[in-house]
Design a protein around this ligand. Structure first.
Ligand SMILES: [Zn+2]
Length: 184
C-alpha cells in the first residue's frame, strides 16, 4: 500500500500482542476478501503498458502478463467502519492509501494512477506475493510485520520503497576546469 506520509510508530502491548492475535483470527476472512477483490480486478482491469512491463521485470515480477490494473476513486479495504477507525489509529488510514496490490491485481487511486513510482511500488508487492506463494501467506506476513515494526519499517514495505526508486542516471561528464560557484 502507498500512504504518502505514515504517522510515527509507537509500539506497545496492545499492538504487539492483542492486534496480532486479531489479525490471525481475521486472516481467513481477509484472505477471502483479497481473493474476491483480486478476481474482480483481473476481470475489469487493463494489462500493463510496455513501460510498466519493463518496471515489473526490473523489480522481479515473474508473470507480468498476469497483472491487471484498475483505477478507482477510492481504494477498497476490508471491514466495517469501526475497523477502519481502529486501522487509522495504527497507521492504516484508508484516506491516505494511494494504491493497493493484491497479487496480480493492482488498484490505484484515480488521481495518482499516472505516477510510475506508485506503480513500481505496487509491482514490488506483486513480486513479493509470487515469492510467498499464496495470497494469505503474504498478507499474514505483511500485516504482522506492520504491527511489529510499524508500516514504514516493515521489511516488506522497505523493500518495496527501495526497489521502486527510479534507476539512477549515470553522472554528467564534468567540465574541466570545474566552475567555481559564484559568491556575490
Ligand atoms: Zn507498499
Amino acid at each position: 500500500m502507498t500512504p504518502p506520509d505514515p504517522p510515527p510508530w509507537k509500539p506497545g502491548p496492545w499492538r504487539s500482542l492483542l492486534l496480532p492475535g486479531l489479525v490471525l483470527l481475521a486472516m481467513p476472512w481477509v484472505a477471502w476478501w483479497a481473493w474476491r477483490t483480486e478476481r474482480r480486478t483481473l476481470r475489469q482491469g487493463r494489462p500493463l503498458f510496455s513501460s510498466e512491463w519493463s518496471a515489473a521485470e526490473r523489480v522481479g515480477v515473474r508473470h507480468p502478463e498476469k497483472v491487471r490494473v484498475l483505477a478507482l476513486e477510492a481504494i477498497p479495504v476490508p471491514g466495517f467502519p469501526w475497523m477502519h477507525r481502529l486501522a487509522a489509529r495504527v497507521g492504516f488510514d484508508r484516506r491516505h492509501i494511494g494504491g493497493l496490490c493484491l497479487r496480480y491485481a493492482i488498484l490505484l487511486r484515480r488521481d495518482l494512477a499516472a505516477q510510475p513510482l506508485i506503480m513500481a511500488h505496487e509491482l514490488v508487492h506483486t513480486a513479493q506475493f509470487e515469492r510467498h506463494g499464496s495470497l494469505s501467506g503474504f498478507l499474514r506476513t505483511y500485516l504482522l510485520q506492520c504491527l511489529r515494526s510499524g508500516y514504514a519499517n516493515a521489511p516488506l514495505e522497505r523493500e518495496a520503497v527501495a526497489k521502486s526508486q527510479p534507476v539512477p542516471r549515470p553522472p554528467e561528464p564534468q567540465s574541466w576546469p570545474p566552475r567555481r560557484p559564484q559568491v556575490r
